[in-house]
Design a protein around this ligand. Structure first.
Ligand code: PEP
Ligand code: MG
Length: 591
């Protein structure tokens, strides 16, 4: 496939899940413009050139907006709208004009300086959200420069985009939209991470994206073959025949496995010794409900509601959120949806509100803490959810509650909202079950107390690991510390399961480990009976449940709790799993 086989593996940040194989389509770096001064007599004509370029960039954004709007690409359309506003902002248009008229800069040089000044201001900001906006300024400026230089509206690499994996130093969100429209099947960048708009869009388009790959453009030759894994953040350049074979077998196995697993769709998740477990789906968009039901989900165990609203310049109204929740309930046809209230902050930064980050965003103003900081936003969502709850079965779940004091504060706000709805005579259901996510060690350790004051618990192991191992979940340098089967995690999970049981309250687990084959068996043995996971993992976990004995899983879990290293736990679980199902039944990864 590639000119030579280097089989070099590059590690980056998993920014959008999925795997892809195809030729690299390398895009040139952003435009370089050098200093050019003009004679006083040229100033007027340079100003005209600038105005024409601004008009041309705006027409381009308008046309793109219409195209995206007609395709229902709402998130991309809203970003285009923000770009049009930026284009005409004093910081770009007026500064460039001043550079031309007062400093005799050529139009390109004036625009370049205006962009650089604005970028420098953004880059110096502590707030990650604002730093990310620097990329948007670059994207807007790039469009004006392309118009001034008479270049096509989009930078292009060599060869076809269709069927290729686009590689660049950075992508603007608009480029992502354009590349996907042109048929790109994957994305790789040297910069960025999961919180960039480009990553959010890639996820919403469903194409894999590995960000933050150091020297990607140098390592990847244009046209050379690539295999990328957006779940693991791995890029393999010019893969060897063996890697390609491995990748293709993996895809075939996945496909074959998927087909075999479809047959399980209508069968219950019951172990050979008669223990029934519930398998729910995690979703972030209403349109994912169809896939969840097709995969055999009993309902939605985690609706990450914040993803409905990250990509828009304004906050959603109560009515909008009410309508969205009602649509989700209608699509579920009587199955239960567990709505998590807005989990903003950390790496999830909305366009519409500024979130103070401090030095450690993951340890700062995020999730329920932000909801307390902005009760107006929190209450609006709660009102919408309690109203929608009159239309179908739902539960409401609060993220990152670290202890009883926060739980009491949450309940106080909930009670006020219910009283308000009652007073206004608005139709609602005041008896919605209220639950907590167990995502911090403090919550896991005091799960028994917490469980007595709420209706259910759900363990969010993605964050629980982040806080148990003090390892930022978005930092590739500490990724190796993430071990769901680490003895510390097993103990925290066991404490939580026991805590919920002591209060007689239902418990589920909705972190990624719920869908991982090895983990699912150990979790069964620890006493978990309700799993929530990505839809694509449901059938596999069901197959495991249907071919094991819960009593064996319990013995496995008891042995695992005695072990002192994650490696030993993994080996033990792998041995047990291979007795249950043959290893080729599971997806592998490229790592
Ligand atoms: C978790 O932390 O495990 C979880 C399910 O929530 P999120 O991944 O959305 O933070
Ligand atoms: Mg979480």
């Amino acid at each position: 496939m590639g000119p030579r086989s280097s089989n070099k593996r590059l590690l980056g940040i998993p920014a959008a899940e999925g795997v892809a194989e195809g030729p690299a389509h390398l895009l040139a770096n952003p435009l370089l413009v050098s200093e050019r001064r003009i004679a006083p007599a040229e100033i007027a004509s340079e100003l005209v050139r600038l105005d024409e370029a601004l008009d041309s960039a705006e027409s381009h954004f308008i046309a793109l907006g219409e195209e995206l709007g007609s395709q229902g690409r709402q998130a991309a359309l809203e970003i285009v709208t923000v770009y049009r506003m930026m284009l005409r902002s004093p910081e770009i248009a007026d500064v460039a004009r001043r550079k031309i008229s007062e400093e005799a800069a050529g139009a390109e040089w004036g625009v370049r300086q205006a962009i650089d000044e604005m970028r420098t201001t953004f880059a110096a900001m502590e707030d990650l959200y604002l730093r990310e906006r620097g990329r948007d300024v670059e994207a807007v400026g790039d469009q004006v420069l392309r118009a001034l230089l008479g270049l096509p509206a989009f930078r292009r690499g060599e060869g076809r985009v269709a069927g290729a994996i686009a590689v660049a130093f950075d992508f603007s969100p608009l480029e992502v939209a354009r590349l996907v429209n042109d048929g790109a099947i994957g994305l790789v960048t040297e910069t960025g991470g999961r919180s960039s708009h480009a990553a959010i869009l890639a996820r919403s388009f469903g194409i894999p994206f590995v960000a933050g790959v150091i020297d990607a453009c140098t390592e990847v030759g244009s046209g050379g073959g690539l295999v990328i894994d957006g779940d693991k953040g791995v890029v393999v350049c010019n893969p060897s025949a063996e890697t390609l074979g491995q990748f293709r077998r993996f895809r075939l196995r996945s496909l074959g496995r998927q087909q075999r697993l479809v047959a399980l769709h209508d069968l219950p998740a019951v172990t050979l010794d008669g223990v029934t477990v519930a398998l729910h789906a995690n979703i972030a968009a209403i349109r994912q409900i169809g896939g969840a039901l097709a995969a055999g989900a009993e309902g939605i165990g985690l609706f990450r509601t914040e993803f409905l609203y990250l990509d828009r310049p304004d906050l959603p109204t109560e009515d909008e959120q009410f309508r969205d929740a009602c649509s989700a309930l209608t699509a579920l046809e009587g199955r239960t949806a567990t709505f998590r209230t807005l989990d903003l902050g950390g790496d999830k930064l909305p366009l519409a509100v500024r979130i103070p980050e401090g030095h450690n965003p993951a340890l700062g103003m995020r999730s329920i803490r932000f909801s307390f900081r902005r009760p107006d936003i929190f209450r609006t969502q709660l009102r919408a959810l309690f109203r929608a709850a009159a239309r179908g079965p739902m539960r409401i779940m609060f993220p990152l509650v670290s202890g009883l004091t926060e739980l009491r504060e949450t309940r106080r706000i909930v009670d006020e909202v219910k009283t308000e709805l009652q007073r206004e005579g608005v139709e609602h259901n005041p008896s919605v079950p209220l639950g907590l996510m167990i995502e911090t060690p403090s919550a896991a350790i005091t799960a028994d107390h917490l469980a007595r004051h709420c209706d259910f618990l759900s363990i969010g192991t993605n964050d629980l690991m982040q806080y148990a191992f003090a390892a930022d979940r978005d930092n590739r340098d500490v990724d190796s510390l993430y071990h769901p089967l680490h003895p510390a995690m097993l103990r925290l999970i066991k404490l939580t399961i026991d805590g919920a049981a002591s209060a007689g309250k239902p418990l589920s687990l909705c972190g990624d480990m719920a869908g991982q084959p090895l983990c699912s068996l150990v979790l069964l043995g620890l006493g978990l009976r309700d799993y929530s996971m990505n839809s694509s993992s449901i059938a596999g976990v069901k197959a495991i449940m249907r071919s094991c004995h819960a009593v064996d899983a319990q013995t496995l879990a008891m042995q695992a709790l005695e072990l002192d290293s994650e490696k030993d736990v993994e080996e033990l679980a792998a041995r047990a799993l291979s007795k249950t199902l043959p290893p080729e039944s599971f997806d592998n990864d490229l790592r």
